[in-house]
Design a binder for this molecule. Structure first.
Ligand SMILES: Nc1ncnc2c1ncn2[C@@H]1O[C@H](COP(=O)(O)OP(=O)(O)OP(=O)(O)O)[C@@H](O)[C@H]1O
Length: 261
């Protein structure tokens, strides 16, 4: 398979006269855990919606393994999964039924589904609630079942929009370890966040978006050394993106290397 899994080519979106995303050019490699970092309103969700075929670009292309997702949606969407920041689930389905439904859409053979679903529910400590209705789930549990649904068909490319919002520290660490493992086995993850330390702890490489423009791209070490040397604005961005008190427990947990349970 081609080694470039996600390509943004002059990708742009305007809402009337407001340029939300301004001609982005980024390539993400197969197996990379890529962090898409930026403050509120920077253009993260708009970009992810274009990359997942939910929003038509005003200009440019979003390519998944070379396939333009707007021109060839079915072919491209077979390869991806997307967990939005506010997942839209079916409240009258149980968690298990939801996973079974997603697996059927992607034509996952039943035996494979059974094994995969049990494994994912176990990782996110949802086994006991698997047969409860989703409407009885907490926000964090809904977030976790949406992530399980995204992974049940083993996508080549996973898009996660602010995945740690609503997760407790242990679940956030489990997610980080799971993503690492999946990416080591060839999946690509594109993860948006507005918290610097989350990107730092989870991601191989980071793109920083501000007012619709990519202002920095590289490993976290590269970006930090750039910001110390010359670019004051990058340092200001870092200050703005630093997690507050309420994020401390979560960040400390995902930075520890404990096992996945
Ligand atoms: N449907 C829309 N109509 C008009 N403007 C929009 C629409 N959606 C987003 N915008 C604007 O586009 C810009 C980028 O928004 P976007 O939601 O992509 O940012 P974000 O980085 O995901 O922010 P957050 O971290 O707050 O979710 C913002 O200025 C926002 O107000």
């Amino acid at each position: 398979m081609n080694s470039t899994s996600i390509k943004l080519h002059n990708l742009a979106k305007s809402y009337r006269k407001h340029v939300a995303v301004n001609n982005l050019n980024v390539e993400v490699e197969r197996g990379e855990l890529f962090g898409f970092l930026g403050p509120n309103g920077a253009g993260k969700t708009t970009t992810i919606k274009m990359l997942t075929g939910l929003l038509e670009p005003t200009n440019g292309e979003a390519l998944i393994y070379g396939i333009d997702i707007w021109k060839h949606p079915i072919e491209a969407k077979k390869k991806i999964a997307y967990v939005p920041d506010q997942p839209n689930l079916y409240p009258k389905l149980t968690g298990w039924d939801y996973l079974e439904f997603i697996a059927s859409v992607f034509r996952v053979p039943n035996e494979k589904f059974q094994t995969k679903a049990k494994e994912l529910l176990d990782i996110f400590n949802l086994t006991e609630q698997a047969h409860d209705l989703i409407e009885s789930y907490s926000h964090g549990m809904k977030q976790k079942i949406a992530i399980c649904g995204a992974l049940v068909h083993e996508p080549d490319v996973l898009f996660l929009d602010e995945p740690t919002v609503g997760l407790d520290p242990k679940s956030a660490r489990n997610l980080k370890n799971l993503l690492r493992n999946l990416c080591d086995n060839g999946m690509t993850a594109f993860v948006s966040t507005h918290i610097l330390e989350i990107a730092e702890q989870m991601c191989d490489r980071v793109g920083i978006i501000l007012d619709g423009n990519i202002i920095a791209l590289g490993s976290m070490e590269e970006l930090k050394s750039q910001s110390q040397k010359a670019d004051q604005s990058l340092e200001d961005i870092f200050l703005e993106l630093t997690g507050g008190e309420e994020q401390k427990a979560l960040i400390s947990e995902i930075s520890s290397n404990g096992d996945t349970k």
